[in-house]
Design a binder for this molecule. Structure first.
Ligand code: AGP
Length: 367
């Protein structure tokens, strides 16, 4: 076929490196700099209908679900509409309450994940409105939705999803902007976020440029049988996604936890043999996060901290990976990229099949 891994050792590597270009594509033609909003013609909703939405419910599986959690935070922060994400695989089994003023959002790279498709059908059967954030044009989920946002990530072959997830996050940012600007998000804040979105491609590039350094950090992690990935609030879905990627291709046990919950149990597992990858952005929670790092360091747990240069870790003994800062709301996606690179380099060192990990399929079309 015309699509191959080229000079890359794997599709996953090619797809990670393609992220700046993919990010440009999902944003192209959709940013309105003048009015600080997004134009999403595919939603098929006018301002009045958009304004009538009182809740947002995001449905996806695996990594799409974790990015959905990042998306829910964006919707709540920018539009101040209650929003949450749920595993699409669970949704239909709990007889969900479908409300007419809720916007349901199905998120899927392939558009063929059966659990997500059945969740969409459950919503529609009960008269709810569903839009799709889907990469594959004309896929089953895209066809089943009332409207949507195509992700334009280009073909994704590796089982471990990377560029599609980045574009899902950006798709949620566009949706949140549009929802926000028909409510109380000011034109100034809209413009601030648009400027932030425009910086994302070059900032992703800046993270990719540090791949060798990140590979060195991965070498330390690859030896561990078990790891924690921690973060809180905006950082928690980032940690979940980081652990997911690590499990999928390195086959190591990686557990995501809220940093704030460590002391309520899992701190008992911390030792020299159990490294922690901590997501510590420069934000209102930095000091609390650094406090938790001290707790881990005191139990001699090796620490890798994915953070911003402005964060002062004090005397904590940690390996740090600094990523460029954006607007707080948009930082999660930049904090996610080093976690993809960590998983990839750990798997490479361990000699695993990067693109086709054992037991997994690219899209899960069975129940
Ligand atoms: C991602 O790395 C995983 N392979 C997996 O969790 C995936 O995101 C999930 O199966 C959803 O797939 P979809 O986006 O095609 O619906």
């Amino acid at each position: 076929s015309s699509y191959d891994a080229g000079e890359h050792d794997s599709f996953m590597h090619k797809e990670m490196v393609e992220q700046p270009a993919a990010a440009e594509r999902v944003l192209r033609g959709r940013l309105d700099e003048r009015f600080g909003t997004a134009h999403l013609g595919g939603l098929g909703m006018d301002a009045r209908e958009t304004r009538a939405i009182r809740r947002v419910k995001i449905l996806g599986c695996g990594s799409a679900y974790y990015v959905g959690q990042m998306g829910a935070a964006l919707v709540e922060e920018l539009a101040r509409i209650p929003a949450d994400a749920e595993a699409a695989s669970e949704f239909r089994y709990r007889d969900p309450i479908i409300e007419p003023d809720t916007l349901y959002v199905a998120v899927s790279q392939s558009g063929e994940t059966l659990d997500t498709l059945l969740a969409v059908q459950e919503v529609r059967r009960k008269g709810g409105r569903v839009i799709g954030l889907v990469n594959v044009v004309g896929s089953a989920i895209a066809r089943e939705c009332d409207g949507g946002i195509y992700l334009h990530a280009g073909p994704e072959v590796a089982v471990a999803s990377t560029k599609a997830l980045t574009n899902m996050f950006l798709g949620f940012a566009l949706l949140a902007l549009q929802l926000g600007r028909v409510r109380d998000l000011s034109i100034a804040d809209g413009k601030r976020l648009i400027a932030g979105l425009q910086r994302i491609p070059e900032q992703l590039e800046a993270v990719l440029a540090r791949e060798d350094e990140i590979a060195g950090v991965a070498a330390r992690l690859a030896e561990a049988e078990s790891l924690f990935f921690i973060g809180r609030v905006r950082g928690f879905p980032v940690a979940r996604e980081g652990a997911q990627k690590f499990k999928e291709i390195s086959y190591r046990h990686a557990e995501a936890y809220q940093t704030s919950e460590l002391k309520h149990g899992p701190l008992a597992l911390i030792s020299e043999a159990v490294p922690t990858v901590a997501v510590v952005p420069y934000d209102e929670l930095t000091d609390r996060n650094v406090g938790a790092l001290h707790e881990i360091a005191a139990r001699r747990g090796p620490l890798v901290v994915v953070t911003h240069a402005d964060v002062d870790l004090g005397d904590v003994d940690a390996v740090r990976i600094d990523v460029p800062r954006n607007e707080r709301e948009l930082d999660p996606i930049l904090l996610t990229l080093p976690l993809q690179l960590l998983a990839y380099h750990a798997a490479l060192l361990l000699g695993h099949d990067i693109d086709k990990p054992r037991n997994l399929a690219k899209s899960v079309t069975v129940e």
